[in-house]
Design a protein around this ligand. Sequence first.
Ligand SMILES: C[S@@+](CC[C@H](N)C(=O)[O-])C[C@H]1O[C@@H](n2cnc3c(N)ncnc32)[C@H](O)[C@@H]1O
Length: 231
Amino acid sequence: MSLENIELRGEVESYVESHLLPIKPSHTHAYDNSTKNGLPMIAVSPVQGQFISMLAKLGGARNILEVGTLGGYSSIWFAEAVHGKGKVTSIEIDEHNRQVAIDNLQHAGVKVPEEVEPILGAGLDVLPKLVAEIQEGKREPFDFVFIDADWDNQWNYFDYGVKVARGKGSVVYVDNVVREMFESGVVGNEEREKDACDLVAKVGRDDRVDSVVLQTVGAKSYDGFLMALVK
Ligand SMILES: C[S@@+](CC[C@H](N)C(=O)[O-])C[C@H]1O[C@@H](n2cnc3c(N)ncnc32)[C@H](O)[C@@H]1O
């Protein structure tokens, strides 16, 4: 076993996908239709989709919040995880992306907005409104918060993620934190950006959660996510 095998990560992912992930035409359509409509290929991979969906099921999540919808690919996975018992709320800043997501969700048989509610707006505008609605009893708190939008606001989204969480045992998951660490120079050889947000250090000082970062390697890249469990 050696690190040289890392070159085989694409092959491993294809092998895993072909054996563990049944081909779902609605998933393939979401990817293809997003590309056809000019969306970038930055959705979670099928393997990661299966993983986050399993995590949500493991925790018995009923109500899921996502920041960063893109073409709704991860929303489709989450909708399947909470099918018949809950709902996904997803925030997207770009109107075109949101419309493609709605098309993809409906093509996958997901009811919009009953099963997935796509909200148009900037995360930092929408999240305070969700906090207020939860406090006023107009909206249920969230069991699982998936943060997958702009990296500059990761800490603010995380902070709101904990505020909108149901409570003990709720999960806040931030994607791409390892790539962000390298690109902002928090770890590695890049010069550290002046306003680099050290999400991991901030979360480490946050008494509201227990958390971990898991490094991942897949066909696309070497990356990793942060997962926090609300105490
Ligand atoms: C990585 S993509 C999301 C991928 C999606 N979760 C998936 O896996 O299918 C990031 C999305 O966040 C959106 N976004 C960027 N900045 C945002 C902001 N400030 N508020 C809300 N969404 C934002 C982008 O337009 C883009 O569609």
